[in-house]
Design a protein around this ligand. Structure first.
Ligand code: GDP
Ligand code: MG
Length: 163
């Protein structure tokens, strides 16, 4: 069975970088539709022996006005509804922001497994952010570097326990 894996998180945490690292053949691009499906990308993904359909909830990195949070909320709610497992990314170098906290609040209420990933954790620059992320109340934190491919086996274990 193929599980649906949604990648959520505020802009610039590395969602698309992780999507690109995990995806194989592109399945579909959903765009030009106002609202929650805008710029959403789906693709087949694979990690070890796990096959999944990946959902990248990106597409509003260029939105800087006050609508950003409500649009992110809508996309996150869609991801919660559709996905079997949610990958929630934070930026380990920046640490936890108010936007991360509002995402976490949504995800804590969701009845879906969440894998909390502290991205950009290569080297030591992410250590403090990884520790901070435990305060989000979403369980274990997986340090990852989507860009450098570090932490992928821990990510595998994090996903596999829900697959
Ligand atoms: P998104 O907005 O969440 O989709 O984030 P992107 O995937 O577009 O990445 C935002 C920026 O973070 C880009 O400049 C990436 O190169 C950078 N980035 C992504 N993953 C990593 C990582 O593991 N380490 C570091 N240092 N930078 C990263
Ligand atoms: Mg993106």
């Amino acid at each position: 069975m193929t599980i649906k894996l949604a990648i959520v998180g505020r802009p610039n945490v590395g969602k698309s970088t992780l999507f690109n690292r995990l995806h194989g053949k592109k399945l579909a691009i959903v765009d030009d539709t106002p609202g929650v499906t805008r710029d959403r990308r789906e693709a087949a993904g694979r990690l070890g022996d796990l096959d999944f359909t990946l959902i990248d909830t990106a597409g509003f990195e260029d939105v800087t006005d006050a609508s950003l949070e409500s649009r992110m909320r809508a996309q996150t709610e869609t991801a919660i509804a559709e996905a079997d497992v949610i990958l929630f990314l934070i930026d380990a170098r920046v640490g936890i922001t108010p936007l991360d906290e509002s995402f976490a609040a949504l995800l804590r209420r969701a009845d879906k497994p969440v894998v909390l990933v502290a991205n950009k954790a290569e080297g030591r620059a992410g250590d403090a952010g990884v520790n901070e992320a435990y305060a989000l109340g979403l369980g274990d934190v997986i340090p990852l570097s989507a860009e450098h491919g570090e932490g992928m086996s821990d990510l595998y274990r994090g996903i596999a326990q829900h697959a």
